[in-house]
Design a protein around this ligand. Structure first.
Ligand SMILES: [Zn+2]
Length: 219
């Protein structure tokens, strides 16, 4: 975490956009985030070539416009797939984007203290954490250690998807994104700003094959 800063400005090396300001609208922030993914998919990133210490230093005070909660999967580096520069987005990664108090507190901080209008929960195809929950439920064996927390948090999505369904893994991935979105929308400190329309919590799904992020319908 760091200072929210008070000096507006364009992040180094990138175009200015209405969404790229803390305190902007959720809609503009989402448009900016998805535009970054399109740049990544098209092989024409603005920031992909500029991952240097100089770019980091030029970011100055941070003014993030979105926070993305994603999985730890090594194939899904969030700043890269959204083509974001230093200071633009806050990133949280846990196995299967599972929530705990530290994660929720971090999101509350970003929204409440930094004025960020958009929270995206990003799942991805072939998620190993969701797969581990499927395996644990099929075997009827809960893993030991803290890994049990991940399995316990993902299990309801697997059960909703139907353990006997051949497509349980991809179905559970989508359901788990939706469940995580709903939990965050109901969070004590987020529910008010969400109800007022100042903050949006959305779900997305990353396609490992194409690099595309598609929004997940909240229904
Ligand atoms: Zn994963």
């Amino acid at each position: 975490m760091g200072s929210s800063g008070a000096t507006p400005g364009t992040p180094a090396g990138g175009p200015s956009a209405p969404g790229r300001q803390a305190g902007g609208t959720p809609r503009a922030a989402l448009a900016e985030l998805l535009a970054g993914n399109r740049r990544f998919v098209s092989g024409q990133p603005v920031h992909g070539h500029d991952v240097t210490a100089a770019a980091a230093a030029a970011s100055g005070d941070q003014q993030p416009y979105a926070v993305v909660l994603g999985c730890i999967d090594s194939r899904v580096p969030l700043e890269a797939i959204f083509d974001q520069t230093f200071g633009a987005i806050c990133v949280i990664r846990t196995g299967g984007h599972v929530l705990d108090r530290a994660v929720c507190g971090s999101i509350e901080y970003v929204v409440g203290q930094l004025g960020v209008p958009l929270v995206m929960v990003l799942g991805h195809e072939r998620c190993g954490a969701v797969g581990a929950a499927v395996d644990a439920l099929r075997a009827g064996e809960r893993p030991g250690g803290s890994l049990s927390h991940l399995v316990d948090e993902i299990a309801p999505a697997v059960i909703e998807a139907g353990l006997d369904d051949p497509a349980v893994h991809p179905l559970a991935i989508r359901r788990h994104v939706r469940r995580t979105v709903r939990t965050l929308r109901d969070d004590d400190l987020l529910a008010g700003p969400v109800a007022a329309g100042r903050v949006a919590v959305v779900g997305g799904l990353y396609d490992l094959a194409t690099g595309e992020v598609a929004l997940v319908d909240p229904a």
